[in-house]
Design a protein around this ligand. Structure first.
Ligand code: PLP
Length: 401
């Protein structure tokens, strides 16, 4: 049987840097250095009785890769240790994680309260999909605690939000929203993609479930989709376990292997990207052609104090407004020579998005306006290139506006 390379009694005192390299790794009998890739859908049994026992047991024996797979287990265990959660289930994408985390919990007739500022696909699940199954959903301004309180009070089963939000970088007071949710008898699910597991610990602030798109910083190199749900053992036992096993949102072992490699460099990349994002935000804030910069690490962010309290750094994404109309904004985007136009984020390559015409184009104009998504708003995900090169590229493109 594979064996863990970290003695469990040691893990509690290890730093994230160590856990990201060694956490969860189990070596096979071959004593390989790098994590083994168990590219198998099934597993075999020596005898019929062994198969019978495997199906009766608690799930510790590998049976079928839709349920569990050794490479996927290593990924889950590493992320679980970084998050400080009791349990983790890996999924094929971030959206599979969001959908499973919500759908395994809510029943027809129950209420879900979510912030309005959500990733586009999350918005679809909350506003279109859940209501089809008789789930009442209410969306509130995530910054308004009074609105959360009023919407949660009738007895919400689930509260759902992301902080910082995409793309307007709104910060939600997770401690307070968790408190209000628990008072209403519900659980708080937080999409922690923008903050990464290194900058913000929603569970330490009171959240019950944390979801990730591992596609973003965890891979961080534009190669693979993935996601994860982190929660208590109780949540996995009572709500998620059977849903996951029987609906099949599982992560491919190959992607789990890539994402394990991604995690080894996660801290290095996120630290560097935060530093670069801060430098870019500072440079843009002084630029005459930029009317507004929204970055949680800048004192000019309207919720700077809250961001500082719940995040270790401002994050890797900067939003800014170049003031003009769509055409002016497109001239800027098209003039960039290094930074790529793309809707992804958290990548080693710096990427820009025009949310109004891409990720948030399905929203009504008044919904976009309420979320601060103007035609001049640009979202920039800082990559790993040289900071000065990126700033030069942005300044040169701004001259075209
Ligand atoms: C990308 C993203 C998702 C969805 O993740 P996929 O891996 O693309 O399915 C969910 N939430 C946020 C905040 C994201 O940025």
């Amino acid at each position: 049987m594979p064996k863990p390379i970290l003695p469990p009694e040691l893990t509690a005192e290890l730093s994230p840097a160590t856990l990201l390299v060694r956490g969860g790794t189990e070596r096979s009998a071959y004593e390989e250095t790098s994590e083994a890739l168990y590219m198998t859908s099934g597993f075999v049994y020596g005898t019929a009785a062994e198969a019978e026992a495997a199906f009766k047991a608690d799930g510790s024996r590998y049976v079928y890769s839709r349920y569990r797979n050794p490479t996927v287990t290593m990924f889950e265990e590493r992320l679980r240790l970084i998050e400080g959660a009791e349990a983790c289930r890996a999924t094929a994408s971030g959206m599979a994680a969001v959908f499973a985390a919500l759908m395994c919990k809510v029943r027809a007739g129950q209420r879900v309260v979510a912030s309005k500022a959500l990733f586009g696909s999350c918005h679809y699940i909350v506003s279109e999909l859940l209501p089809r199954y008789g789930v009442e959903t209410v969306q509130v301004d995530g910054r308004d605690l009074g609105a959360w309180e009023a919407a949660l009070a009738p007895g919400a089963a689930v509260a759902f939000c992301e902080s910082p939000s995409n793309p307007a970088m709104e910060i939600i007071d997770l401690t307070e929203v968790a408190r209000l949710t628990h008072r209403a008898g519900g659980i708080l699910v937080v999409d922690n993609v923008f903050a990464t597991p290194l900058l913000q610990k929603p569970m330490a602030l009171g959240a019950d479930v944390v979801v990730y798109s591992a596609t973003k910083h965890i891979d961080g190199q534009g190669r693979a989709l993935g996601g994860a749900i982190l929660a208590s053992e109780q949540f996995v036992k009572d709500d998620l376990g059977l849903f996951y096993r029987h609906t099949g949102p599982s992560m491919s072992p190959f992607n789990a292997w890539l994402l394990l490699k991604g995690m080894e460099t996660l801290e290095l990349r996120v630290e560097r990207q935060c530093r670069t994002a801060t430098a870019i935000a500072n440079a843009l804030e002084k630029h005459p052609k930029v009317s507004r910069v929204v970055y949680p690490g800048l004192p000019s962010h309207p919720q700077y104090e809250l961001a500082k309290r719940q995040m270790k750094a401002g994050g890797t994404v900067v939003a800014f407004d170049i003031g003009g109309d769509k055409e002016a904004c497109f001239r800027f985007l098209d003039a960039l020579q290094l930074v790529d136009i793309s809707n992804n984020l958290g990548d080693s390559k710096s990427l820009v998005t025009h949310p109004a015409t891409t990720t948030h184009s399905k929203l009504k104009p008044e919904e976009r306006a309420a979320l601060g998504i103007s035609d001049g708003l640009v979202r920039l995900s800082a990559g790993l290139e040289g900071e000065a090169d990126l700033i030069r590229d942005l300044e040169s493109a701004l001259r075209k506006v």
